[in-house]
Design a protein around this ligand. Structure first.
Ligand code: SAM
Length: 331
């Protein structure tokens, strides 16, 4: 039953973009004026649950809900509670989500009650004005309330920050001290060329090798073997005692250990974040009440999982590597 791709990689991690809509418009992620997937194409929460369950039966041990902003999907807690049965049965090791934190104050308690133990919260800056500028619509105070509520509910938090040249590079030491001071890990991410945005990515792109060198002026970083099942490589920061992760899709791709596939809210399965090839699972899902057709469509898709991605950001390459935005496939 296991899902093993042509390169011998076993697929144990499913990320599900439960909506491509978001209450923020981060400048590196989306254009201000976005065309979203038509609502009529959306899978229902019951259909998403059925799809996730088939993936779990086929060997997925870790499930991440993402988006868009997962907590703006109507009734999302219904799906979380439904999926949590797989935690109770032991079929799933982890149910988690990635959120911008805007709705966390409202949902943190319920998430913890449903068995969610850890979440990722995306925060690129601690400066309220800069936060508003980068997210276009976001309110940092509300996100901070959400983080407080999540910590109070006992959720472990990993902060995600996209490293952006001239925007938050100088602020990273402060972000690191703040995160570690509150018992949160921090992961920095290289910006990826996904979807048309209003800005020029070459102006934003910061290779993390440069950021690491800069941080090493102030901090002692030691590589550690810590893994969360995702693509980050971690160091321990001696001065703070906390962990710092690096996600480097540009400077060092991590495809050889890829254990993931990504499902959109319309039932499209992407076998790689950085390639256009995809498989439609909505048709086999709706074709019959049994799951046989669905399971064989999944097997067929895994059988063509590509070796990896080749993202390029430079002045000569004006088009993004893939046309869809990160919010479609789910970050
Ligand atoms: N709305 C949720 C959030 O903000 O975390 C989940 C979806 S968001 C697309 C997931 C993550 O992808 C966020 O940390 C975001 O900063 C990151 N992201 C978005 N576009 C990106 C890009 N082009 N390159 C790298 N990371 C990106």
């Amino acid at each position: 039953m296991d899902m093993i791709d042509p390169f011998g990689r076993t697929i144990t991690y499913l990320r599900v973009s439960v909506t491509d809509r978001c209450d923020f418009r981060c400048t590196y992620c989306m254009a201000e004026d976005m065309a979203f997937l038509p609502k009529r194409d959306l899978l229902s929460l019951e259909e998403l649950d059925r799809l996730c369950t088939v993936f779990i039966e086929k060997g997925v041990r870790k499930l991440r809900l993402t988006g868009g902003e997962p907590l703006v999907r109507k009734n999302i807690m219904h799906l979380v509670r439904q999926l949590s049965r797989h935690l109770k049965s032991g079929a799933l090791d982890e149910l988690t989500l990635t959120t911008n934190g805007s709705q966390l104050a409202r949902f943190a308690g319920e998430l913890a009650d449903a068995g969610v133990k850890r979440i990722n919260v995306s925060v690129d800056t601690l400066d309220a004005d800069k936060f508003h500028a980068i997210t276009r619509w976001g309110n940092l105070a509300k996100v901070m309330e959400g983080i407080d509520a999540a910590l109070a509910a006992g959720l472990k938090i990993k902060l995600n920050a996209v490293a952006l040249k001239g925007f938050n590079d100088r602020e990273m030491p402060e972000l690191l001290r703040w995160a570690h001071g509150r018992g949160m890990d921090l992961t920095v991410i290289e910006t990826m060329p996904m979807g048309e945005i209003d800005a020029d990515r070459t102006d934003q792109y910061l290779p993390l090798s440069l950021l690491r060198t800069e941080l090493e002026r102030q901090f002692t970083l030691s590589d550690i073997a810590y893994k969360t099942g995702g693509p980050a490589r971690y160091v321990e920061v001696k001065e703070t005692g906390g962990r710092l992760g690096f996600i480097t899709p540009m400077t060092h791709n991590f495809c050889e250990s890829c254990n993931r596939v990504r499902l959109t809210c319309t039932g499209t399965l992407y076998m790689c974040l950085g390639q256009e090839d995809a498989a439609d699972l909505r048709a086999p899902l709706r074709a019959s009440e049994g799951n046989e057709q669905l399971a064989s469509a999944i097997d067929e898709a895994i059988g063509r999982k590509p070796k990896g991605h080749d993202f390029i950001i430079d002045r000569r390459t004006s088009r993004p590597a893939v046309s869809r935005h990160m919010s479609v496939t789910g970050g």
